[in-house]
Design a binder for this molecule. Structure first.
Ligand SMILES: [Zn+2]
Length: 228
């Protein structure tokens, strides 16, 4: 009996040692089959896990990783989600608003404030909630008309310095623009005719409305209408 046991054990040991010899040899040849060894082969793996462009901006939002999660789920439980593109910096984010009408509240205000920052001076100022609500209600109305695209944001908060620079270049910024108070947004909605956007904004925005050739201005100031 013991002889049989021994020989089985011996056979097993022979098999195991053969396997042990075989696997390192294979690992050397087939690198992809052995996970941990790949760690020393570098580049692509590391760069894939880096945070996206946001990281290079000097003032980053609190949780940049959140963006991808929210953007992947455009519509949830009646909330209004608004895809935003910053035409100057190329930043993208999806703003999610809860509630309806004037009671709409953005979920990620800190990130919105960063998105609408004065990119020339790298200066952040808290955006006026009423202005953001006006923007959201315009987008909501556009959705009801069948539009479903990305809002192209041309201008949000502007420091006094930036506003003065634009004025000196004859860009048409008002001296005491509501942009300086973070109460104005210039935007367009690619995919929607400008004439249709003008009508929509005039109907939805209670404050200031400026109509320009390729964008509209909204602000939460007194009701005014003008052509730029
Ligand atoms: Zn404006």
């Amino acid at each position: 009996m013991s002889t049989v046991l021994f020989s089985r054990r011996q056979a097993l040991a022979t098999l195991l040692s053969a396997a042990a010899l075989a696997s390192p040899a294979r690992a050397g040849l087939i690198v992809g089959a052995n996970g941990p060894l790949i760690g020393r082969a570098p580049g692509p793996v590391v760069s894939l896990e880096r945070p996206q462009p946001v990281a290079k901006a000097p003032q980053t939002p609190p949780e940049p990783a959140q963006e991808a999660v929210v953007a992947a789920q455009p519509r949830m439980d009646g909330a209004l989600s608004v895809a935003l593109l910053n035409a100057n910096t190329g930043d993208r984010m999806t703003a999610v608003f809860d509630g309806t009408g004037p009671a709409m509240v953005p979920r990620d205000k800190a990130r919105l404030d960063w998105f609408f920052r004065d990119w020339r001076q790298n200066e952040i100022r808290a955006m006026d909630p009423d202005t953001l609500t006006i923007l959201a209600s315009v987008v909501g109305a556009a959705r009801r008309q069948g539009w479903d695209g990305e809002v192209r944001m041309h201008s949000g908060y502007r420091s006094r310095k930036t506003n003065d620079q634009l004025r000196s270049r004859g860009v048409g910024a008002a001296r005491n623009s509501f942009h300086i108070q973070a109460k104005a947004v210039d935007f367009s909605m690619p995919g929607m005719e400008m004439a249709a956007l003008h009508r929509l904004v005039k109907a939805e925005a209670p404050g200031g409305v400026g109509l320009y050739r390729n964008f509209v201005h909204i602000d939460s100031g007194p009701q005014r209408r003008w052509w730029g």
